[in-house]
Design a protein around this ligand. Structure first.
Ligand SMILES: Nc1ncnc2c1ncn2[C@@H]1O[C@H](COP(=O)(O)OP(=O)(O)OP(=O)(O)O)[C@@H](O)[C@H]1O
Ligand SMILES: [Mg+2]
Length: 418
């Protein structure tokens, strides 16, 4: 059988644990699969940072990128490789560059997704710029912040329009707190968003290609306990709705990998943040859910590389708007958006690929996550984040949670019919 080679590049920054696990699982499946009568060998390496000639060819078929949002040399190299060499990358760098929270709230509200009441307010202060004074004097209107607060209602959240990592986010209980928070907001351009408090469930729905994983989330806990290990906390209909909303968001913005935060209150879901196109992938926060992420990464990257999936350079929103116009109810619209999403992500072909060419991956990964190599990867990440006296304790904690995942997987397989 003829053998072809596909090359995978990992464009990384501080990530330690998932790349080690990803590389080791590839090694353990010998990095070879059979697909439609072809033997495909995968070569994986970490992308290095160096000067590049814009005309030099790109050796990769797919790049998994984790630094585009802050490291511009890599981002520009990736953009060149897409435009000039047809590279497939996740995620789409132009989309990450231009779609902050604000754009995502607007676009999804327009499609009818459940976004809480959201306002934008001009910043309290500014960098000095040549035309600033004259512009503000002529056009900036005084506004009544208290009146806006009363329209939105309390509690509300003040948060930067392009934020991340909870930077500058505040929970605001009343008007005096709103005025005080604005006084302190400095140069941030802020959203005010209706707070969904007294909720009964908070989830993060991670999408990786056409694979979805919904995790119950408790923002009040320290980082290592925010992702909970609860299972079976959603009805099948709710699971479907959350998956379809995440699928809609991700394919609309060209993000193969993204995480959507949703809150359920009185039986209604609210999407509060889904501009997360470089989701937390660390074992120190995901622990029990970490193997799902690594396996999902392996499967999607191999599918994309093996089939030479074409990268969508432009986002093409019109089909979503057509669906929005054609249907009246939210459930019809959402089903329509999801159909577009499945088409773009080739869900059916992907599932067939997993069932045929990748059928050994789950078992290999299950073995791996019980191995000394996996434990070392966990420890390395813990060493990078925790003080020396906590390394042993937290390595053990995350390791045990991964072992719980393994035992749940094993019992699921025993329970499943042959
Ligand atoms: N409208 C809201 N209703 C209820 N809680 C909210 C709302 N907006 C934000 N929060 C809370 O504040 C946290 C941080 O807000 P948000 O996710 O928008 O900011 P972020 O900086 O993007 O955070 P991350 O990087 O964790 O995604 C949320 O995880 C949630 O706990
Ligand atoms: Mg968030």
């Amino acid at each position: 059988m003829a053998e072809t080679v596909r090359r995978i590049g990992l464009s990384l920054g501080a990530d330690l644990c998932w790349p080690l696990c990803y590389e080791e699982i590839l090694r353990r499946i010998d990095a070879v699969i059979e697909h439609r009568g072809q033997r495909i060998r995968f070569e994986c390496e970490r992308v290095t940072i160096e000067p590049f000639n814009i005309r030099q060819p790109c050796k990769y078929d797919v790049v998994m990128d984790r630094v585009t949002h802050w490291y511009h040399t890599s981002r520009e190299w990736i953009k060149k490789a897409i435009v000039m060499d047809g590279l497939y990358v996740f995620n789409n760098p132009w989309s990450i560059q231009s779609m902050e929270k604000q754009t995502t709230y607007c676009a999804m509200a327009q499609l009818g997704l459940p976004i809480p009441e959201t306002w934008m307010i001009p910043p309290k202060s500014y960098e000095t710029l040549p035309d600033l004074d004259v512009t503000l004097q002529r056009y900036a209107r005084l506004f009544d912040l208290g009146a806006i607060g009363r329209q939105i209602g309390y509690p509300l959240y003040m948060k930067p329009y392009d934020g991340g990592a909870w930077r500058g986010v505040s929970h605001i209980a009343d008007e005096s707190a709103l005025l005080a928070a604005y006084e302190q907001s400095g140069k941030y351009l802020m959203h005010l968003q209706a707070g969904v408090d007294n909720y009964d469930l908070f989830v993060r729905c991670i999408g990786l290609g056409p694979q979805f994983h919904i995790i119950s989330y408790d923002p009040a806990q320290p980082l290592h306990d925010r992702y909970e290990m609860r299972r079976d906390f959603l009805s099948p209909q709710e699971t479907q709705e959350l998956r379809d909303m995440t699928l809609t968001i991700n394919t609309f913005f060209g993000w193969d990998f993204n995480s959507c935060e949703a809150i359920r209150k009185d039986g209604q879901w609210y999407l509060i943040d889904f501009a997360n196109a470089c989701p937390d992938s660390q074992v120190t926060s995901l622990h029990y859910h970490f193997p799902w992420l690594v396996i999902a990464n392996v499967k999607w990257s191999l599918y994309v590389a093996a089939t030479k999936k074409k990268f969508r350079k432009t986002l093409d929103w019109e089909p979503y708007y057509d669906v929005c116009e054609r249907y009246q109810t939210f459930s019809e619209r959402l089903a329509g958006y999801a159909r577009i999403g499945h088409q773009r992500l080739e869900t059916e072909a992907f599932q067939e690929f997993c069932a045929t060419s990748l059928r050994h991956v789950d078992e290999v990964a299950w073995e791996f996550f019980g191995s000394e190599a996996a434990r070392r990867a966990v420890r390395l990440k813990v060493e990078a984040l925790f003080p020396a006296h906590e390394v042993e304790q937290f390595t053990e904690l995350f390791w045990q949670r991964i072992q719980t995942w393994r035992s749940h997987q094993a019992s699921r397989q025993v329970a499943a019919p042959a």
